[in-house]
Write a protein that binds this ligand. Sequence first.
Ligand code: ADP
Ligand code: MG
Length: 110
Amino acid sequence: MADKIQLLPDVIANQIAAGEVIQRPASAIKELMENSIDSGATHIKVIVKGAGKTLLQVIDNGSGMSETDARMCFEKHATSKIRTADDLFDIRTMGFRGEALASIAAIAQV
Ligand SMILES: Nc1ncnc2c1ncn2[C@@H]1O[C@H](COP(=O)(O)OP(=O)(O)O)[C@@H](O)[C@H]1O
Ligand SMILES: [Mg+2]
């Protein structure tokens, strides 16, 4: 029998995985606002253009990020919220998997 199985390229695998986190623009806004809340923000401004297909922008007054972290945050499993498996038993943030921004970056122009 001829072989028919092949491994998907990383780009496509990442886009499929991203679809489980980000189904529509509203999912992206949810993730971004959760990040704002996790960063300690007390003011969150959301700008949406073209029903979220043209622009989604979230501005907050939370902790902010260093320049290096602003690059790092788009990597898969990049998070400041947990470090070890034990931390999973004491989650106090809305996110912790380090997947949201990587997923958004896989399916949107960031
Ligand atoms: N609005 C924000 N303000 C400050 N830091 C942020 C913000 N959004 C994301 N981050 C940082 O980027 C990291 C990655 O975010 P994300 O992909 O949503 O993963 P998670 O929230 O699960 O850690 C966060 O752990 C946090 O350190
Ligand atoms: Mg998050």
